[in-house]
Design a protein around this ligand. Sequence first.
Ligand SMILES: *Cc1c(COP(=O)(O)O)cnc(C)c1O
Length: 355
Amino acid sequence: MEITITRTTTPKQKPSMDGIPFGTYFSDHMFLMNYTEGTGWHDARIVPYGPISLEPTTMVFHYAQEIFEGMKAYRTAEGKVQLFRPTENIARMNRSAEKLCIPHIPEDVYLDALKTLITVDQDWVPSEPDTSLYIRPFVFATDAHLGVHVAHTYLFCIVTCPVGCYYPEGLNPVKIAIESREVRAVRGGTGFTKCGGNYAASLHAGALAEAQGFSQVLWLDGVEQKYIEEVGSMNVMFKIAGKVVTPSLAKGTVLPGITRKSVIEVLKHFGYEVEERDISVDELIAAAEAGTLEEAWGTGTAAVISPIGKISYQGKEHIVNNFEIGELTQRLYDTVTGIQWGKLDDPFGWVMPVC
Ligand SMILES: *Cc1c(COP(=O)(O)O)cnc(C)c1O
């Protein structure tokens, strides 16, 4: 499919990367493509970034038929731009699409859209240490119609924004609270998809935890509230007595993170044993109390690896690794980000050059 390009005549001034807030300054262009039942995807175009005009009855506002992705483009020391496992994001978005009854996006069109947009806005890929261009593809129902049914028209949009470290404090341990009343996902639901609705449902518990000084909620399963699922917008891993354990994806309630998948492969490459299985909150707290919970961290594109320094459960606080970043956590961060920025060899074949 041909992508038409309309360049801006008023390029914006680039923001300073020093302490830049996440997701606030957007690049000059965006990608748009429409879907109409009977015609399929059409009108792939890159246009100046700007508002989209929609009727108040646009279905996504009422019934939340929407999915998104999150990925990054990295500037290497040689000045080139590369992506990290983009075909994983494309495949995941199409799995989300299937669950939300959103039409499949052809993989080649999607990848071409990403590469073309990044090439047009390549000056927006920052080169300062720890910076990257965050990429947000999303699709939503655009029919102007009230009444619950699967929409007939959609818009696929990709916007990008230069970002620094996700946490302004840098790679410092975060405090998390285990949530034992509210749940994020249930079996048979949308937990495995990246849809806005999952986040809407998580805001209330997140806001309460934040008011108590925690940066994220650690979710338990939606049936028994007994098993660990994930933390905020990250997957979670624990090093217990030398082994790494992480919740399994089998129930479809945990988001299949690409950072999670990559970290598991790196750990196995390092020679660690990794168990993907159910971990009960009781097992976790018992390990914390016995001193065998050696390290804990979250994984996700935005923060990459985020050390967990404190876990609160039923009013009791458990400190992990003296509230310091663990040795393995640091090694994983250095390895994954080293591959992403092209500072380390990529024995896994994960990076894809763009321009
Ligand atoms: C995106 C996301 C993650 C992390 O996935 P990555 O592919 O590693 O960025 C984890 N949990 C939730 C709920 C997410 O939305």
